[in-house]
Design a binder for this molecule. Structure first.
Ligand SMILES: *Cc1c(COP(=O)(O)O)cnc(C)c1O
Length: 386
């Protein structure tokens, strides 16, 4: 019986060919594939500019720096996310402030965000949790009325659409949108990430910071002593992506529509199977949105079932099925408890969500038979325990 992990990459012969062709080319890094990948990200999302980087965390870090975040500034973000969304704010020297989630969509609740704003708030890092950009318009309106920068962490949401149909990444409701291309995400480059923006000014800043703050572009140099000359104008990083990775990303992006379609099919199979089952709550896709569904997030009332999540997960594992808890609320991580006084009870909805959450296998290569196997296993555990 094959083991079904909660997520995994889908690599085809076309992807292998794309990477091998770069290996045989003169460029392993900083060749033509990076610009091609960025152009394809622009055409996919509708954004004016895309800057590809070494991973999704680097994308968030550079977005925070390009937004001018620094010590003394506060940034409101969600506690229901991977730690990187908040860590990037800390890297920039600013202070992350969490706001509670909407109980149905598990994304930032605009009313809760408003309650957390102070005179020091400079930006929002919104998170398209599990793939849906719920509340994006409301958060954008709120941010605009207060002069805040919106950085949208769309690590889960390439291929998703806002209400009204604009693609996530178009920056319709954000100044900058960041993506991750880690193998568990919807398209992969191994490690990789990107920032999209409609501001050429922000894009130039992101590009500068991606390579040590060094530029060779004649119009940006303060003097022109010769063709060898370059300037380091800011303290940047080596956050470059390679041509090998960009070639893989290009090949993967060609299959994005198919990947998203299959993810959505699997989600409807799960939803049909679990809808109305006592002790289970299926994920809600907010009206008018189209989620690419990075995750299938089921809520299970383990207590009412007379079991624990650990035992439930072991039961699935015994049937060859992986599951994952995404995420432990960030404010409850030891670092955030110590550095930013995170305490249990601060964000009751995020904590209630965490108590019951379980992510089930979801990736395009799952067959209908695999999905039925997961459904049978969950149903069996629910009826046995309940
Ligand atoms: C994966 C992920 C990141 C970080 O991306 P990496 O490419 O792993 O650095 C950031 N935010 C969220 C919500 C993620 O899921």
């Amino acid at each position: 019986m094959k083991f079904l992990p909660y997520g995994r990459q889908t690599i085809g012969a076309d992807d292998v060919r794309a990477v091998v062709s770069v290996l045989k080319s003169p460029w392993l890094t900083q060749g033509p594939k990076i610009a091609e990948f960025e152009a394809e990200l622009c055409s996919r999302t509708g954004a004016r500019c895309a800057v590809a980087v070494s991973n999704g965390t680097a994308a968030l870090h550079l977005a925070c720096l390009a937004a001018g975040l620094r010590k003394g500034m506060e940034v409101v973000t969600s506690p229901v996310t991977f730690v990187a969304s908040a860590n990037a704010v800390v890297y920039a020297g600013a202070t992350p402030v969490f706001a509670d989630i909407h109980p149905g969509t598990y994304t930032l609740d605009p009313g809760e965000v408003r309650r957390r704003l102070t005179a020091r708030t400079k930006a929002l890092v919104t998170v398209d949790f599990a793939g849906q950009a719920a509340g994006a318009e409301e958060l954008w309106r709120l941010a605009r009325s207060r002069g805040l920068t919106v950085i949208e962490d769309a690590a889960h949401a390439i291929g998703s659409r806002y209400r009204g149909g604009a693609p996530v990444g178009s920056c319709r409701f954000a100044h900058m949108t960041t993506f991750s291309f880690h193998p568990v995400k919807t398209v992969t480059t191994g490690e990789g990430g990107a920032v999209t923006t409609n501001s050429t000014e922000l894009a130039a800043k992101l590009r500068l910071l991606r390579t040590h703050g060094i530029t060779k572009e004649p119009r940006l140099l303060s003097r022109h002593p010769g063709p060898w000359y370059y300037e380091m104008q800011e303290l940047g990083f080596n956050y470059r992506i390679t041509d090998l990775q960009a070639a893989l990303g290009l090949s993967q992006l060609r299959k994005l529509d198919r990947f998203v379609r299959r993810r959505r099919e699997i989600v409807s199979m799960y939803n049909d199977a679990f809808r109305g089952v006592p002790r289970l709550t299926i994920p809600l896709e907010a009206e008018g949105l189209r989620s690419a569904f990075h995750l299938y997030v089921l809520q299970v009332d383990f207590k009412a079932l007379g079991t624990t999540r650990g035992a439930f997960m072991e039961g699935l594992k015994g049937r060859g099925i992986g599951s994952q808890v995404l995420y432990i609320p960030v404010h409850l991580q030891p670092y955030y408890r110590e550095r930013f006084r995170g305490r249990p009870g601060q964000y009751p909805r995020a904590e209630a969500f965490y108590e019951r959450t379980l992510s089930l296998p979801l990736y395009p290569a799952l067959t209908d038979a695999d999905v039925r196997r997961v459904v049978r296993a969950v149903r069996c555990l629910v009826s046995r325990e309940g």
